[in-house]
Design a binder for this molecule. Structure first.
Ligand SMILES: [Cu+2]
Length: 200
């Protein structure tokens, strides 16, 4: 009996701010795990005022070994992102996106620049010098976001309970619009899956 009560106490997140952890397994049309997918859980009731838009990873898009690192970076709306150049060669970073149009003219090793991302959306990046350099910054206005790892899994902590919309976006998504599905968040953990179709 005591054990049951303890278990109940442990699983009860009491009070009005009930929240659950959402784990999403993202797979492609072949059933393979998809890494670098952006998973967003948007509460239908909106985001509580004062809830800070924060993420647990650095807001850094580096240039290293003639590539952007990371390939996909999720940043909260209003973020200042730094673009350090860790290569010996110079890079010229730009985006023609509607979410953020900018250009960081040629700069060299151990130099950095910053850009403020003030509109939600996807910001594809390129380098004027190296055509093979491609990366994506996903600017989110919802603080409940995570990126899938090599196992195709993303874990979004502390999502308020209630109705929500699950969104999954990936650079290679076949459809023009991201995958969305309604989900119900409870005070307990939700483990769900999302199948997306990628370009071959
Ligand atoms: Cu470059």
């Amino acid at each position: 009996m005591r054990k049951i009560l303890l278990a109940l106490a442990a699983s009860c997140v009491c009070g009005p701010a009930m929240a659950g952890e959402v784990t999403v397994d993202v797979r492609d049309q072949m059933g393979r795990p998809v890494h670098d997918a952006v998973v967003i859980v948007r509460p239908t009731a909106g985001v509580a005022p004062g809830k800070p838009l924060t993420v647990s990873w650095p807001l850094v898009m580096a240039q290293q070994n003639i590539a952007f690192q990371p390939y996909v970076l999720i940043v909260p709306l209003g973020s200042t992102v730094s673009f350090p150049n860790r290569d010996k060669v110079r890079h010229h970073v730009y985006s023609f996106s509607t979410a953020k149009r900018f250009e960081l003219k040629l700069y060299g090793k151990d130099e950095s620049r910053t850009v403020i991302f003030d509109k939600p959306g996807v910001v594809p990046l390129g380098c004027n010098i190296h055509d093979s350099m491609i990366a994506f910054i996903y600017v989110t206005d919802v603080p409940y976001a995570a990126k899938t790892g090599a196992d195709g899994q993303a874990v979004v902590p502390d999502v308020p309970s209630g109705a929500a919309t699950l969104t999954v976006w990936h650079p290679d998504l076949k459809a023009r619009t991201p995958f969305t599905r309604p989900v119900q968040i409870a005070a307990t953990a939700l483990h769900t899956a999302a199948a997306i179709e990628l370009k071959p």
